[in-house]
Design a protein around this ligand. Structure first.
Ligand SMILES: Nc1ncnc2c1ncn2[C@@H]1O[C@H](COP(=O)(O)OP(=O)(O)OP(=O)(O)O)[C@@H](O)[C@H]1O
Length: 323
């Protein structure tokens, strides 16, 4: 993996939202991303996992340049996204979202939806656009009889195939898949997942694959990043991650440490499910109130990452004092 070129780089990115706080509370800052650093290499599938609210979709929006970081930089092919024309970004980075129904214009035909990116970017003429449409429909397993249909005439799985066709017709370098199978019936989830995997290999695509479903990530990802409360707390090659998750949060996600140790004096039975209040973040490591392995320093300061850029864990148990 080390010899491959970096396509997308996220450098210490934060994203803060101003939110109103109670009737008289005025505005408060909600730090959805608290310093995320990532590098995505050509041809890899980076799985991003974490609970609802940890910042996955915020990160996806930044990677798609649909939103801007509050601080930090995102580089696409070495150039800051902030200094790159949106047209160039959308040619190179395309999304596949969770809900294909809400992301497809109900008043447009399937043919028109799939070719829209080519028309917006003025790529080719009507004949070459149609040719590209037929090719990509074939690749995603969509019958040409749907060309003049509307989204509501298709099943959920077919609609997601349309969304995938629309994303891939641009021949992007990177595809940001944000929970692409979780709104689908279980029976079609694996078909879509296998198809995404085939397309990734065929077109040598680079995926960021966001999912709360660990089995899906294990199936498709080459590397895994675990997000907790706006940070990446662990990153590792997929096989190593599932064999030996290091961060106590990763272990909890994988089900090996679900109940807190009563010896630690944490009687709350819901401890395993409570996510911190983003408007009142815990001091120290954000996971410490739920962590069955916490030590004295955990509620005092945030741990530094241990390891290298693509393979690290952010936990005091792995810090210099414990190594
Ligand atoms: N536009 C916004 N304004 C204010 N707060 C926001 C906004 N978007 C997200 N947040 C907050 O930022 C935090 C991260 O949200 P985000 O949607 O990125 O998480 P997520 O991991 O994608 O969750 P989910 O899986 O539920 O989509 C949450 O606390 C959320 O409430």
């Amino acid at each position: 993996m080390s010899g491959q070129s970096t396509v997308l780089e996220v450098q210490d990115v934060t994203r803060t939202y101003q939110v109103s706080h109670g009737l008289f509370g005025g505005n408060k800052e909600l730090r959805a991303l608290r310093g995320v650093t990532l590098s995505l290499k050509k041809g890899e599938v980076l799985g991003i996992v974490g609970e609802s609210g940890c910042g996955k979709s915020t990160l996806a929006r930044l990677l798609l340049a649909l939103d801007k970081p509050t601080t930090g930089d995102i580089l696409l092919d070495g150039r800051p996204v902030s200094k790159t024309k949106t047209g160039i970004i959308s040619r190179k980075v395309q999304p596949i979202f969770q809900d294909p129904y809400s992301s497809l214009n109900p008043r447009k035909t399937i043919g028109s939806i799939i070719t829209l990116p080519l028309r917006v970017h003025k790529i080719g003429n009507a004949a070459s656009q149609r040719e590209a449409m037929l090719e990509i429909m074939d690749r995603v397993g969509l019958s040409t009889r749907f060309i003049n249909s509307y989204p509501n005439q298709l099943s959920g799985g077919q609609r997601q195939r349309v969304a995938i066709a629309r994303a891939l017709i641009m021949k992007p370098e990177v595809v940001i898949c944000d929970e692409p199978t979780s709104a689908l019936d279980v029976s079609v989830q694996s078909q879509i997942l296998n198809m995404l995997q085939d397309l990734q290999v065929k077109y040598n695509l680079t995926y960021v694959f966001i999912s709360h479903n660990l089995a899906v990530v294990e199936h498709i990802a080459t590397r895994v990043a675990v997000m907790y409360f706006g940070r990446i707390v662990e990153q590792a090659e997929t096989e190593a991650f599932f064999r030996n998750p290091r961060h106590p949060y990763s272990q909890a996600l994988l089900g090996s440490v679900l109940t807190p140790d009563p010896e630690l004096g944490v009687p709350d039975p819901d401890l395993g499910t409570v996510f911190p209040d983003p408007l009142n973040p815990p001091v120290g490591c954000a996971f410490h109130p739920r962590c069955p392995k916490r030590v004295t320093v955990c509620d005092q300061r945030h741990p530094e990452p241990t390891g290298d850029r693509d393979d690290f864990v952010e936990c005091h148990l792995f810090g210099p004092a414990n190594s």
